[in-house]
Write a new protein. Structure first.
Length: 198
């Protein structure tokens, strides 16, 4: 039995390719073997950072990440990379993947523009259903990201929930739900039985 059994079944039913890993290290080793000699874009992801994927993959791939390189140029190049790596703010056990974004480069890249998109999702991102996945995205992940960025939004200052503010520093500007894979790209969902990211 895995904590991901229900989510894995429903993701596959929705058309996604899915692999389950016991640890982040196993998932990182898998990607290090699978991705070789390609261009890779990375979205803003604490999961990707925590797994050390940039450092691992840049040894034998061309990797673009705005957390490690000049932000505007890296975001632009990441948008046209062969492969895009990111995480999710929430994964519903019913099979929906939910993401919120400020610049919206990350959510845009999960919809179009690459040969393949790979999601790395830790067990802490699980929610029982779609409504609770959206709730987690808005009230857990987004406030944590706003705090991480040093934003002065109510959610970051109070650290408790989304206030649907109109602050110029608001980090939740685009909400995207993947119900199934886009017809234009391949997707692979890597489910990792560890708490990872926000």
């Amino acid at each position: 039995m895995s904590v991901f059994d229900k989510a894995e079944k429903n993701l596959k039913a929705n058309g996604f390719a899915v692999k389950v890993f016991s640890t982040g290290a196993e998932a990182a080793a898998y990607l290090d073997k699978e991705l070789d000699g390609v261009s890779i874009g990375i979205g803003g992801s604490a999961t990707v950072r925590d797994l050390g994927l940039y450092e691992l993959l840049e040894k034998h791939n061309q990797v673009y990440w705005h957390w490690k390189q000049e932000p505007d140029e890296a975001r632009s190049k990441a948008m046209t990379a062969d492969v895009y790596l990111c995480s999710a703010n929430a994964l519903a056990e019913t099979g929906e993947i939910v993401n919120m974004d400020g610049n919206c480069n990350r959510v845009a890249s999960t919809l179009f523009g690459h040969k393949k998109v790979v999601f790395l999702i830790g067990r802490n991102k699980l929610a029982p259903d779609y409504e609770q996945a959206v709730w987690r995205t808005r009230n857990v992940a987004s406030p944590k990201r706003a705090q991480q960025m040093g934003a002065k939004t109510p959610c970051a200052v109070k650290a408790d929930r989304c206030y649907n503010c109109k602050s110029p520093g608001r980090v939740c500007r685009g909400l995207v739900t993947l119900l199934g894979p886009s017809m234009a790209m391949d997707y692979e969902i890597l489910l990792i039985d560890e708490d990872l990211g926000l």
